[in-house]
Design a protein around this ligand. Structure first.
Ligand code: NDP
Length: 478
């Protein structure tokens, strides 16, 4: 049974109420989740308040050791964590083992060492003063994360907040809480001081809202949908909280005829359908230069039809279950919308029913659609599932206009062997990340985040360490 982790202990929610946790691959209830509310958040804030001074004043090396210990415990139990992530989210076990859980380990390891290179600035003012910047922890910070990469994104927020000396109140998505609970157990085993990290489970509009609106929580780091981000900002901004928002996307994938075709085709298959298309960085609008369009379309469909959908626990599964019934219905409604808008379904387009244990699970065939204008709803709104559209283009100007036409600006991918063109397009794309001839190659030192409605602020490397600290300028007159 999942419990809240508050003040170093695993405890029941104050309400003593729980709600169901579903296994998306079978569509059945397999656990219960604490239905926490503002009273649990209050307990967590009190615990964090009591822990703050000691944690903030620990030498950074000592905080680092805690993070490394937690990383080593997740690494030790990688198989159990990966299985739990697979069952809770519906993603293939192979993916959870190769990507999700290793990355959670890396998040702790990375920030445990990155902090040692985090130096503050000094400025000599003419010849009569020196300014230097002190950076202290903010205090108590809130972290709210989504269901698509559960432990991966949860720890991406928690690790930099802890290493910089903050105490954290964190809420995982109610849809995928299990690995966050397992993290609480790892923190207890690692001996993390009580109250430094508090993990509270529950619904976003109850437990999540209590975090974003609590006056003693001074900063919010959030990853999730754009609408939720706007709601959190509307509460946190008038309270002058620091906010970092990583939100939705509608990422363009731009393929020029002069690309390395085989590399592009293999990578585009992954960038379209990895994790059932439920990665904020997946390319959902594929723009193909006209001379290559028919060849790409035919070859791509063959590859998509070879993807193996089904039981996420089977190691040869490429595409698992959609995370929830509600999300399944949302994705199917967009496929229906695409048809109404005049799109042609080239492959997929339906709910998929595997044989055997997963026959009642929530699966959707990988779906490829063509024939839609760039500015229709299907091509403007985030679907966040295994659905991509194909759109031909003739000129650079035309593809840039279409690629930049959405409210989002998270990530983009460009395929060309022409170096000048690659740089030209990268500079004109309105996205926080541009991948040239690759996809999802991540260096944790780089600034990560989106433009426009895809977010505010950047995570990763020094950006995260700056976000979680309060700068103070000290000016010394010589
Ligand atoms: P949601 O916005 O629905 O939820 C995200 C988190 O916020 C969950 O923990 C949720 O709780 C919580 N929440 C919901 N309502 C509130 C509220 N009123 N106040 C405080 N917290 C709240 O997103 P999803 O979980 O559906 O995740 C999918 C979205 O995340 C997609 O739009 C995707 O693009 C985006 N995303 C962005 C990434 C990026 O880096 N830019 C990376 C990954 C995903 P609960 O679910 O428990 O109710």
């Amino acid at each position: 049974m999942i419990k809240n982790y508050i003040n170093g202990r695993l405890i029941e929610p104050v309400s003593e109420k729980y709600f169901d946790n579903f296994d998306p691959a079978t569509g059945t209830v397999y656990g219960i989740i604490p239905d926490s509310d503002e009273r649990d958040i209050e307990l967590a804030v009190s615990a964090a308040e009591a822990a703050f001074n000691e944690w903030a004043n620990l030498p950074v090396m000592a905080r680092s050791k805690y993070l490394l210990k937690i990383a080593s415990l997740i690494q030790r139990d990688l198989k159990e964590f990966a299985r739990a992530e697979c069952v809770d989210n519906g993603k293939p076990l192979s993916l959870a083992r190769a990507v999700d859980i290793p990355r959670a380990v890396q998040n702790f390891e990375f920030f445990a060492s990155a902090v040692h290179g985090f130096a503050s600035e000094a400025h000599q003012t003419e010849d009569d003063a020196i300014n230097y910047t002190l950076r202290s922890p903010i205090g108590i910070v809130g972290a709210i994360s989504p269901w698509n990469l559960p432990l991966y994104l949860f720890t991406w927020k928690i690790a930099p907040a802890l290493i910089t000396g903050n105490c954290v109140i964190a809420k995982p998505s109610e849809v995928t809480p299990v690995t966050a609970f397992m993290l609480s157990e790892a923190c207890i085993e690692a001996g993390l001081p009580a109250g430094v990290l508090n993990i509270v489970h529950g619904f976003g509009n109850k437990a999540g809202k209590a975090i974003s609106s609590h006056p003693k929580i001074k900063a919010i780091t959030f990853t999730g949908g754009t609408k939720t981000g706007a709601e959190i900002a509307s509460i946190a901004a008038p309270m002058f909280k620091k906010i970092s928002l990583e939100l939705g996307g509608k990422n363009p994938n731009i393929i020029f005829a002069d690309c390395n075709y085989d590399k592009m085709l293999e990578t585009t298959l992954r960038s379209s359908f990895r994790n059932q298309g439920e990665i904020c960085l997946c390319g959902s609008r594929i723009f193909i230069e006209k001379p290559l369009y028919e060849k790409f379309k035919n070859d791509f469909i063959v590859k998509v039809q070879e993807l193996h959908i089904g039981d996420p626990l089977e190691l040869d599964t490429d595409q698992g279950a959609i995370v929830s019934k509600q999300h399944l219905e949302k994705v199917l409604s967009y496929i229906q919308l695409a048809k109404e808008e005049g799109g042609t379904i080239l492959c997929g387009g339906n709910r998929f029913v595997p044989e055997g244990r997963c026959e009642n699970g929530w699966f959707i065939e990988p779906t490829v659609i063509e024939g839609l204008p760039y500015n229709c709803r299907t091509n403007q709104e985030e679907i966040f599932g295994p659905v991509v559209t194909l759109i031909p283009f003739e000129t650079e100007d035309e593809v840039l206009l279409m690629a930049n036409s959405t409210e989002y600006g998270l990530a983009s991918t460009v395929w060309t062997e022409n170096l000048s063109k690659a740089h030209r397009i990268a500079s004109a794309l309105e996205t926080g990340i541009v991948w040239i001839n690759c996809w999802m190659v991540r260096d944790l030192r780089t600034p990560f985040g989106g433009m426009k409605s895809s977010g505010v602020g950047r995570e990763g490397g020094l950006e995260a360490l700056r976000f979680f600290t309060e700068p103070k300028n000290v000016c010394v007159k010589l």
